[in-house]
Design a protein around this ligand. Structure first.
Ligand code: DAH
Length: 337
């Protein structure tokens, strides 16, 4: 430690000792003169001779801090100052901690980014409960009890009730349509649950985003326009988007949506498992049976819906290999976010 820093600390200690024994007003005034006039002056003069900039900075900070302590201890209200004198506490062994500013969790950061893109396209944000009625999660979405799609979305049931932990955010489509009339243009982000063992790509709880647009004359080309705009805004103009036929009970026709791998631009790499393309979304035109289940007339209105796994998309965005990284408390992973 530099000699000036140890000198400052010695002065602080000495002041503590002396202020405790000086009880009379005269002694106090003498002390005030000694420290606020002589000693501080001396310390500032010593500071001028320090050459090393880092040392100068530390010593300067310590002297300023000492001056503030002294000013507080000798402030004009004597009654208060007596109490303060004994309160001035100096621990010369204390280490000044660097304050590390935290930041928002990457999943939330990514979610906000996505929401912003949809808000700019005129979408509203809605929320739905994670403990959901079975019929909103399945039946009203045209997934009857016997349907094999239920196996793929096996979830956690609340014993003795008609409720479950929603297996997808598609249940929010039902709630939104039951509570409002078209036109609708919403997205909903939230946790969903599946009976999945934890591994590098799976956790029993993860985030999804659901989208729903209903109005007169909505077409598949509207769906394509919105999704292409979304993907390009988040991942860049050069990303290509591909729609492949797929199947979901609640949309007809249905599509799986792929984007060209943002890491290798279709050349094949670890992120896209050498495929060049990554499937990121399910989407389609809302099935007439879904409209009927919420009291809409499928001859009057049409609409499109889509659902995407937020964790998966965020993993591509942040180039993470492990979904578990989102839930382990290793903040060093996020230094670059
Ligand atoms: N619910 C689907 C899932 O969890 C995703 C999905 C596909 C949502 C198609 C939709 C849709 O709204 O139209 O895998």
């Amino acid at each position: 430690m530099s000699s000036l820093i140890s000198k400052i600390q010695a002065c602080q200690l000495q002041f503590l000792e002396e202020s405790q024994v000086s009880s009379s007003e005269e002694a106090r005034q003498a002390l005030q003169k000694k420290y606020l006039k002589q000693i501080l002056k001396e310390l500032y003069a010593d500071l001028k001779n320090v050459i090393d900039p880092a040392e100068k900075k530390t010593a300067g900070g310590l002297i300023n801090q000492f001056r503030q302590e002294l000013e507080l201890a000798f402030s004009s209200d004597t009654a208060v100052s007596k109490v303060r004198q004994s309160e001035v506490f100096c621990d010369p062994t204390a280490i000044k901690m660097q304050f590390v500013r935290g930041h928002i969790h990457p999943l939330i950061h990514f979610t906000q980014k996505m929401e912003e893109v949809f808000i700019n396209m005129g979408f509203s944000i809605v929320y739905g409960p994670e403990i959901e009625k079975e019929e909103n999660n399945f039946e009203k979405l045209n997934i009857p009890l016997h349907h094999p799609a239920r196996d793929m979305q096996d979830t956690f049931y609340i014993k003795g009730s008609d409720k479950l932990l929603r297996s997808h955010t598609s249940s929010v489509q039902i709630r939104t349509m039951e509570n409002a009339k078209p036109p609708l243009k919403i997205i909903s982000v939230g946790n969903v649950y599946r009976v999945d063992d934890i591994d590098a790509q799976h956790t029993p709880m993860f985030y999804q985003t659901e989208g729903l647009v209903v109005d007169k004359g909505i077409r598949f080309s509207d769906l394509k326009g919105v999704l292409i705009q979304f993907i390009k805004t988040v991942f860049g103009e050069n990303i290509q988007v591909r729609f492949r036929p797929s199947y979901y009970p609640y949309t007809e026709p249905s599509a799986a949506v792929d984007m060209s791998c943002p890491i290798c631009a279709t050349q094949g790499c670890r992120t896209c498992k050498q495929a060049g393309w990554i499937t990121i979304l399910g989407a389609g035109m809302v099935h007439p049976n879904v409209f009927l289940s919420v009291g809409y007339d499928p001859k009057e209105v049409s609409g499109f819906a889509f659902g995407l796994g937020v964790n998966r998309l965020a993993m591509i965005y942040y180039q993470m290999a492990e979904i578990r990284g989102f839930y382990e408390n290793d903040i060093s992973l996020w230094a670059s976010v």
